[in-house]
Design a protein around this ligand. Structure first.
Ligand code: OFO
Length: 183
């Protein structure tokens, strides 16, 4: 008896997204290694933690495909892009990457809506929320570096930024969780 509950198209798209999350993890890993080599231990720590988060996203997709009775296809992961050329550029690249991943997540939501696969649609809502948070986090990083002078950031500001990021939490607060008492 065939117990597969995913269409061929959705199974392929979910598998592709699983690889995309693994790719995201490699991107953060490579930027973290770059930051560490440049002497920014705090920024590296933040990015290493994030590489792990992306790997968790990959696992969520893998687990979902299996739970729906479809086949998981583990494939090669594309190489990460070139290293950043500055801290400012690093945060810009992070932001661009997150926006790109959001687009991929939205495509999956649309596909599941078109197929009326409500289980997948429901599952993907977690990723929609996560992407909103990750875009916010990346925007916050860009704001910080902008305030510190963007490409012209001084070494003093870079020093504090680096220290700051060592303890920056992995998740930004979602707008849904805000109240007037706790903005
Ligand atoms: Fe998987 O959330 Fe970022 O890319």
């Amino acid at each position: 008896m065939n117990t597969n509950r995913l269409s061929k198209t959705l199974a392929a798209a979910l598998n592709a997204q699983m690889t995309k999350e693994a790719h995201a993890s490699q991107i953060y890993l490579s930027y973290a290694a770059w930051a560490d080599k440049e002497g920014f231990g705090g920024i590296a720590n933040f990015l290493f933690r994030h590489a792990q988060e992306e790997r968790n996203h990959m696992m969520k997709l893998l687990e979902y495909i299996l739970k729906r009775g479809a086949e998981v296809k583990v494939t090669a992961i594309p190489a990460p892009p070139e290293n950043p050329v500055s801290v400012n550029n690093c945060f810009e690249k992070v932001f661009e990457h997150e926006v790109d991943n959001t687009k991929a997540v939205y495509k999956l939501v649309k596909m599941s809506l078109d197929e009326e696969d409500w289980a997948t649609w429901n599952f993907m809502q977690w990723f929609v929320k996560e992407q909103t948070e990750e875009e916010t986090l990346a925007m916050n990083l860009l704001d910080k570096i902008k305030i510190a002078g963007g490409e012209k950031v001084s070494s003093n500001s870079l020093y504090s930024l680096d220290r700051d990021l060592e303890t920056t939490p992995d998740d930004a607060k979602a707008a849904q969780d805000v109240t007037a008492d706790n903005p």
